[in-house]
Write a protein that binds this ligand. Structure first.
Ligand SMILES: Cc1cc2nc3c(=O)[nH]c(=O)nc-3n(C[C@H](O)[C@H](O)[C@H](O)COP(=O)(O)O)c2cc1C
Length: 308
């Protein structure tokens, strides 16, 4: 049962598809651990992105256990053990848990063009509530000045990072030319190269050619995911909120894309904080919309991440 739940957990998103997680059975439950060897040394020196990724996997694990009839309680730990889980009171899974669990294999990061159709006006409320349930805050960036400020921060962060040869080298190492590799991002999932005029500058995973149909002029639906607190445990909580939001979006039929460049560059992250919510600590920028399914990335086998 636990191995099957880990099989769901690994379908979480992770920075560059680095899958920086491990799972361990203990005498009274299970632990979710950070695999330090898989942290991205250049773009993620403090491990924030790795911890968000592990938090997303922990959310999948909790959901899978609940749907399998073994709901778990959890508490956050310190060091490389991020979360300890133990059996909670028996109860049947809720209809919402069942729906979100069904979205685990369907959710994926979409780097293709999003349609111009307006997003259902109720969706932002449902998504913000999903973030809140896991202790996160989702602030939608609306109005031309705020959107322009946000897109400029993403563009500047992307340019600053690419100017660092060590960053470019690290990105190349996780950008694979083979779609069958079990980690990193292959050419199909990478999408076309970022268009110089696109509003939200996508990270350049070496995709070929420019997508001439890309939406460059319309108002994207964008939000900043934040949590209160800036420590390692807060990043794990942000990851659980992230995955709850992403699965909820998939359940609503929405495609999602992520932009972490402005969070990874410390000076730009400070400016990002001011764009939407000066009180909370920004963790990730998310885009929601309608778009055809694109390519899925692969995962390492469960045996590689499960400690006996
Ligand atoms: C913390 C975090 C940061 C991410 N940052 C970006 C990003 O800046 N640009 C991007 O295209 N994808 C980003 N992603 C998405 C990952 O590249 C993606 O989750 C991974 O390749 C696995 O693919 P999947 O989400 O389709 O399963 C991020 C994901 C996480 C969890």
């Amino acid at each position: 049962m636990f191995a099957a739940a880990v099989g769901d957990a690994v379908w979480a998103p992770s920075i560059h598809n680095s899958q920086p997680w491990r799972f361990r059975c203990t005498a009274d439950g299970a632990d979710v651990l950070l695999d330090e060897r898989r942290r991205l040394a250049v773009c993620d020196p403090d491990g924030r992105m790795a911890r968000i990724s592990c938090g997303a996997a922990a959310y999948n694990l909790r959901l899978a256990l609940a749907v399998g009839g073994l709901p778990a309680r959890h508490r956050q730990e310190s060091g490389s053990t991020l979360l300890h889980m133990w059996p909670g009171p028996q109860r049947p899974p809720t209809p919402l848990e069942r729906r979100l669990h069904r979205q685990i294999p369907r959710r994926h990061t979409n780097r293709g063009p999003f349609a111009d159709s307006p997003v259902d006006t109720r969706a932002p409320l449902v998504l913000a509530e999903a973030a809140r349930r896991e202790g996160g805050q989702l602030d939608f960036v609306t109005g031309e000045p705020a959107l322009a400020a946000l897109t400029a921060l993403i563009r500047t962060a992307e340019a600053r990072q690419l100017a660092d040869p060590a960053y470019a080298e690290e990105l190349r190492a996780w950008t694979t030319d083979a779609d069958h590799r079990v980690e990193g991002i292959g050419p199909c999932a990478a999408g076309a190269a970022p268009h110089p005029a696109e509003a939200l500058t996508r990270r350049d995973f070496g995709g070929a050619g420019h997508d001439t149909t890309r939406d460059v002029s319309h108002q994207p639906v964008v939000a900043v995911l934040a949590v209160l607190g800036d420590g390692p445990a807060d990043a794990v909580r942000a990851g659980m909120a992230l995955q709850c939001v992403l699965l909820t979006a998939a359940d609503l039929g929405l495609a999602t894309a992520m932009f972490s460049q402005p969070v990874e560059v410390p000076a730009i992250r400070e400016r990002l904080r001011c764009v939407v919510n000066p009180i909370q600590d920004p963790q990730l920028v998310l885009r929601f919309g309608y778009a055809p399914t694109t390519c899925y990335t692969n995962r390492r086998p469960v045996a590689d991440v499960l400690e006996a």
